[in-house]
Design a protein around this ligand. Structure first.
Ligand SMILES: Cc1cc2nc3c(=O)[nH]c(=O)nc-3n(C[C@H](O)[C@H](O)[C@H](O)COP(=O)(O)OP(=O)(O)OC[C@H]3O[C@@H](n4cnc5c(N)ncnc54)[C@H](O)[C@@H]3O)c2cc1C
Length: 380
């Protein structure tokens, strides 16, 4: 259990109810058909969560990382795919604009993103540059009062549905000379390439952003030229904590489903929940989920108190999705053949969760961040 503010408690209840009514009943269909629940996404605007961390001045909820993580957890229990799209919009696009853009840019872009009239995405990864994000090659070159951009972004969540893209580019030869732009699809600032078909998170559209000699006004540059690495690093912590929130929701959904099934399924004349091997699985998954919850809420709370840093966010991002994959695999095992079929949600939850060990930095990259920082600190 955690001590939430009244506002956070209310948010949790409202999101739980919304997920039960608007998200869960359609999750299986969107996974099977590989489609996006646009209707529920737009309704999230009415619910007031699309700009969860944006200033109320722009229509946002003005809340913090813990609140955003609570939304991820509640939505993640119902449909991790739609929740990933929600994360790409609210954290990768909206929160980045909130934290890094000018007052004029915020006033121009945030109100429509917060209501859901516009959908946002964030383009960092490229076909040849994923973990090595600082190496990106999409180039922006200044020509008077415009920039010309060339390159391709890969794996972009919401690409097909996006109106606004928050995009990282290279503006100089030095490795760290990167700059960010807010680009608008209807102004021809980018094209969307082919959709990417995936193992999981199939309710979340993924695609390419293509920049073929496009021109955008210099006023679309965020901050100063060359400031992107700073922007990038600043947002990664909240991105990693909130994506761990989706895995927490997945772990809880698997645990709930297992408890229900163990009380219903009979073999050898008894409920399978009467067998100690099944009880062990349930006891362990429930305990691990509770540990994950307390660890994550604690880190989010500390983030909201101003305690920032890549190590703890990387720890959450490494361990919580990894434990959720183990729990989801156990949940399949507990369901026997039915767990391996599409009759029950556990196989979808496992496929969806695997992404969280890859996106927003892979497990291996998280290990690298944690170890490098700890060793450097000790050496100093
Ligand atoms: C469904 C989905 C949605 C996504 N959404 C977005 C999005 O909205 N925006 C965006 O910009 N990106 C997005 N991504 C991209 C995601 O962030 C990258 O896939 C991720 O960072 C890994 O990059 P990569 O796929 O190029 O793998 P690579 O970097 O090529 O890694 C391949 C393997 O090598 C390992 N590896 C790499 N470097 C090292 C090292 N130094 N030491 C040890 N091992 C290493 C990796 O851990 C991995 O196992 C998304 C990806 C997916 C699959």
């Amino acid at each position: 259990m955690w001590y939430f503010t009244d506002e956070e408690k209310q948010l949790q209840e409202v999101c739980r109810d919304f997920a039960r009514k608007e998200i869960a009943p359609h999750a299986e269909k969107h996974d099977t058909e590989e489609t996006f629940n646009l209707e529920a996404f737009r309704k999230m605007g009415e619910l007031g969560v699309l700009g969860i961390t944006a200033d109320p001045e722009y229509g946002g909820a003005g809340m913090g990382c813990l609140a955003a993580t609570l939304v991820m957890e509640e939505f993640g229990k119902a449909c991790p795919g739609l929740t990933l799209s929600y994360l790409a919009h609210s954290i990768l696009a909206v929160n980045n604009i909130q934290n890094n853009a000018s007052k004029e840019q915020k006033a121009k872009y945030l109100p429509k993103l917060v209501t859901g009239e516009h959908i946002g995405c964030m383009g960092m990864s490229e076909p040849e540059y994923g973990s090595d994000a600082i190496g990106i090659q999409t180039r922006a070159k200044k020509n008077g009062d415009h920039y010309t951009i060339n390159g391709t972004k890969m794996w972009i969540t919401n690409a097909q549905y996006s109106d606004i893209a928050y995009v990282y580019t290279r503006t100089g030869e030095e490795k760290k000379n990167l700059s960010t732009f807010i680009l608008e699809k209807d102004k021809g600032h980018y094209e969307v390439g082919k959709p990417i078909h995936k193992m999981g998170m199939r309710g979340s559209p993924t695609g390419e952003l293509i920049f073929d000699n496009i021109s955008c006004p210099a006023e679309n540059l965020v901050g100063e030229e060359g400031q992107s690495v700073y922007h990038m690093m600043k947002n990664l912590d909240i991105e990693r904590l909130t994506i761990a929130g989706i895995s927490l929701g997945i772990a809880q959904a698997c645990t709930d489903q297992c408890i229900k099934y163990a009380n219903e399924r009979k073999q050898f004349g008894k409920n399978i929940g009467d067998y100690q091997l099944i009880q062990k699985m349930i006891a362990e998954m429930a305990t691990e989920t509770e540990m994950m919850r307390n660890f994550l809420y604690n880190l989010c709370y500390r983030y909201d108190q101003g305690e920032r840093g890549p190590v703890t966010a990387a720890m959450a991002k490494l361990q919580i999705p990894k434990m959720a994959t183990k729990i989801a695999l156990d949940a399949i095992q507990l369901h026997g053949g039915y767990g391996y079929s599409r009759e029950f949600p556990v196989e979808r939850l496992m496929r969806d969760n695997k992404l969280n060990e890859i996106g927003a930095g892979t497990n291996e990259v998280m290990i690298m961040i944690i170890a490098k920082n700890l060793l450097k600190e000790a050496a100093n």
